[in-house]
Design a protein around this ligand. Structure first.
Ligand code: THU
Length: 128
């Protein structure tokens, strides 16, 4: 699957966002080594801290289906680039430190190495 198709999947997921408090719908889509795609949208709560970001929803769906890594993850927010929050960067580093993160804008996208988005990450290696 090409990057544009993954962005399109994220856009479709964004339509399902439950974001009545922020009115900031986000969609995400990741693809695994074998080409399986998982999507996610943000899911808010009246107790704001219980909100789940789109990226983590997609990752949780993948992990709960037995996929513990992915090669690419696309994020779609507003027309400006929407970057993964700090908590999502930590979770991305947990499961896919070598992945590419696609941050979509209105008509284009930027591609980042996950590890560049969270330098000096604390990971499982630190616990050995
Ligand atoms: N949000 C995401 O889902 N992903 C991001 O990358 C940034 C923020 C959500 C969380 C919350 O529902 C809304 O956007 C505003 O912060």
């Amino acid at each position: 699957m090409v990057i544009e198709e993954l962005i399109e999947k994220a856009r479709e997921a964004q339509k399902l966002a439950y974001a009545p408090y922020s009115n900031f719908p986000v969609g995400a889509a990741l693809i695994t080594e074998d080409g399986t795609v998982f999507t996610g949208c943000n899911i808010e709560s009246a107790a704001y801290g219980a909100t789940n970001c789109a990226e983590r929803v997609a990752i949780q769906k993948a992990v709960s289906e037995g996929y513990h890594s992915f090669t690419h993850l696309a994020v779609v927010g507003r027309e400006d680039y929407t970057y993964p929050c700090g908590i999502c960067r930590q979770v991305i580093m947990e499961f896919a430190p070598k992945s590419k993160i696609i941050v979509s804008g209105k008509d284009d996208y930027v591609l980042h190495n996950a590890e560049d988005l969270l330098p000096y990450a604390f990971t499982g290696k630190d616990l050995l």
